[in-house]
Design a protein around this ligand. Structure first.
Ligand code: BEZ
Length: 219
């Protein structure tokens, strides 16, 4: 189990582009590691196609992408052809898929879904997403069961918030989209807030407490 703020465990694993060591694979970039229950499964086929289509968006945000599924490299390579055919994709697949046949990574990273088993009765990997910062620390994790596909547009939205709030002393409200108004962090005293965010607005509420402070999105 990795907690927010922990240095993400470094590991070596076989993948569709050969052996990968996570930390050197990421270099000084942000990383997204996302897991899949098994190869040749329908929901995963849609998810990997969606992420492949969004690859330029991840690259634009200075990300390296890495998938993991609990089958071997040969299966992954065959499955990529299906993913590309089903999702109308051509050319080189834009990110590697790690082979985690023995569920070693799934166990290490707390990704097993006890409710879903393969034909041999082995638990499958759930749908985890880990976002790793350039400092190699875990910035966000989500875990969905095998039966629920993820929304990767939402993952990109969250990344925009993570990258903004890593730099600026703001937080992003419900349903925020890149460029939208932000909240001044509650920890910023009023005098400092006036200097840092001259256009911020303090919203009046029945409690009289001045904690709802909105500001245009800082550049
Ligand atoms: C799927 O990817 O479609 C899937 C995999 C395991 C359990 C349920 C669905």
């Amino acid at each position: 189990m990795v907690n927010l703020g922990d240095v993400f465990p470094n590991f070596k694993a076989q993948s569709t582009i050969g052996e990968i060591e996570l930390h050197s694979f990421l270099g000084d970039k942000w990383g997204i590691l996302f897991s899949h229950p098994a190869d040749y499964t329908p929901v995963c086929t849609t998810e990997l196609g969606k992420v492949a289509k969004l690859a330029p968006e991840f690259t634009k945000r200075n990300f390296k992408m890495l998938a993991v599924s609990c089958d071997n490299v040969e299966d992954h390579l065959g499955w990529i052809k299906d993913i590309q055919a089903y999702n109308c994709l051509e050319g080189e697949f834009p990110f590697p898929i790690i082979a985690d046949e023995k569920r070693e990574l799934a166990v290490k990273l707390g990704m097993l879904d006890p409710e879903e088993k393969d034909a041999a009765g082995m638990p499958l990997t759930a749908r985890a997403v880990f976002i790793i910062g350039p400092d190699k620390k875990l910035k966000l994790s989500i875990l969905y069961p095998a039966t629920t596909g993820r929304n990767f547009d939402e993952v990109l939205r969250v990344i925009d918030s993570l990258q903004l709030t890593a730099e600026k002393k703001v937080a992003t409200p419900a349903d925020w989209q890149a460029g939208g108004n932000c909240m001044v962090l509650p920890s910023i005293p009023s005098a400092e807030a006036k200097q840092m965010f001259p256009d911020h607005k303090v919203h009046e509420v029945p409690s009289g407490k001045q904690y709802l402070r909105t500001t245009p999105c800082p550049k």
